[in-house]
Design a protein around this ligand. Structure first.
Ligand code: BG6
Length: 465
């Protein structure tokens, strides 16, 4: 048995987002975001046709939920403010019901000893902005800066950990490269512009936050996918893996922490004539307004090999013109979700941040295991016995612990997610929570075995294994 003891005041908790949990009730004044709109047009694109309005209904159940968070050992919890709830239409007028809701939700958390971490953008573009191009349009960057400033002014006294974006690469990939999310484009020029505007908007929000002289910290949350070459001794594989890293990780990590985009990425985009439109003064804004703290979401690595398959001219240009994904034989998979499980990836990321990103304050802001049809693991006691999730979290935490022992500045671990929630087109397909939600019984909550286990880990600030 080894004792895995974590540093004092380690953050134990989980993450969620406004659009995936709050739900909608009549007359709450929320405007539509792209998912509300898309669902109204094409509900069949969503698993079991469950709408983004039918989430875990935290909007009305948050007091009960905060008690469940306490029972599962949370000392901190991340959610996001919904832009389309706070500023429901073009008038720019603040929805007072949203202000009241977020105030009492955050107060409830604080009163119960759970620090709220608040993120501003989690894929949920208000429809009135999407109609004018969303992140493609520079005006959205200005609108976002106003939105961020309003949030800081309204809630900045009580919220001490802010994040500008969650996984900004996802709107790029899902909306503009691979057609997974609305507006379902495959257009690399647009993808690059969208990513650039997100990175710029993040720097502008950081600037606004710091100018208000508030006492908290502001950062960004990035999903990092360490890219491993098929063969470390094959220079072509190594080069391909480095490019994949530049496209999917360093595209946001470098500007966020170092204030500049990776040279390798700029060169490739220049060669393809795909550089974004940049205005005078932008570079300085990005350079001067880097993050105070970095949130790291880790689910799976990328395995990369040099390009072997022909470039698909119908789709090109695409990042995949420069490398192929490699299905490494024998890799461990999550049988329920189809993602690779590679625990050491979390250690490699933390060591990379220690060595190449100034050992900035960071934490694991998401890590978790999605399971389809999880209700099959309910036992006679009515509880889901998710020992696979306990094993998953334990194995990752061991590597987090090792990285901390070796000097990584990791301040906490948040699992995705607190209670099963609605997820984009997957709706309730993959369940991730410490707490299950029974949709057939008005969202009835039951703590899973992993939730009880996590309480012990949090109470002991570690575990034996
Ligand atoms: C994370 C996102 O990347 O993955 C969450 O931040 C999302 O918003 C989660 O819900 C799980 O995704 P999925 O597709 O497995 O339901």
């Amino acid at each position: 048995m080894t004792k895995y003891q974590f540093p004092e005041n380690f953050w134990w908790g989980s993450a969620a987002s406004g659009p995936q949990t709050e739900g909608r009730v009549a007359n709450d004044g929320k405007g539509d975001n792209i998912f509300d709109y898309w669902y109204a047009q094409e509900p069949e694109k969503f698993f079991d046709e469950v709408s983004p309005g039918k989430t875990s209904q935290v909007y009305t159940k948050y007091k009960e939920d905060v008690q469940l968070m306490k029972q599962t050992g949370h000392n901190s919890f991340r959610t996001s403010i919904q832009w389309s709830r706070l500023l429901p239409d073009e008038s720019g007028e603040v929805n007072q019901k949203a202000v009241d809701f977020y105030n009492s939700y955050f107060d409830e958390l604080i009163k119960n000893g759970i620090e709220p971490f608040v993120n501003l953008y989690h894929f949920d573009m208000p429809m009135y902005l999407q109609e004018k191009g969303g992140w493609l349009n520079r005006e959205t960057v200005e609108a976002y800066e106003r939105y961020a400033t309003i949030c800081f002014e309204l809630f900045g006294q009580k919220i001490k950990k802010w994040f500008t974006h969650n996984e900004p690469i996802v709107p790029v990939e899902a909306g503009y490269l691979y057609r997974w999310h609305y507006p379902e484009e495959a257009n690399m020029k647009h993808a690059v512009q969208v990513g650039y505007h997100e990175a710029l908007s993040s720097a502008l929000a950081i600037k606004a936050y710091h100018s208000l002289d508030l006492s908290g910290k502001i950062g960004i949350i990035l999903n990092l996918t360490p890219s491993y070459p098929r063969d470390e001794n094959n220079p072509e594989d190594v080069k391909a893996a480095k490019l994949a890293d530049a496209f999917f990780n360093r595209s946001f990590l470098d500007p966020a922490v170092k204030g500049e985009f990776p040279k390798e990425l700029i060169e490739v985009l220049k060669g393809l004539d795909l550089l974004p439109e940049i205005k005078e003064g932008d570079k300085e804004i990005i350079k001067e307004n880097t993050v105070d703290i970095l949130g790291i979401n880790y689910y799976q690595p990328r395995r990369i090999k040099a390009k072997e398959t022909p470039i698909d001219k119908a789709l090109s240009p695409m990042p995949e013109d420069f490398f192929d994904n490699y299905e490494m034989p024998g890799r461990k998979m999550n049988p329920y979700r189809g993602w690779e499980i590679y625990e050491k990836g979390i250690y490699d990321i933390l060591i990379n941040v220690r060595d190449n990103y100034g050992n900035i304050d960071c934490f694991i802001s998401e890590n978790g295991m999605g399971v389809e049809d999880e209700a099959r693991f309910i036992q006679e006691d009515g509880m889901i016995h998710d020992d696979y999730r306990i094993e998953f979290v334990t194995d990752h935490l061991k590597y987090v612990h090792q990285a901390i022992q070796e000097g990584a500045n990791c301040l906490g671990y948040h699992m995705w997610t607190c209670m099963d929630n609605w997820s984009w087109t997957n709706a309730y397909k993959n369940r991730y929570g410490f707490i299950s939600v029974n949709l057939a019984k008005d969202g009835e909550r039951t703590i899973k075995e992993s939730g009880h286990w996590f309480k012990q880990v949090s109470d002991q600030n570690g575990f034996d294994a």
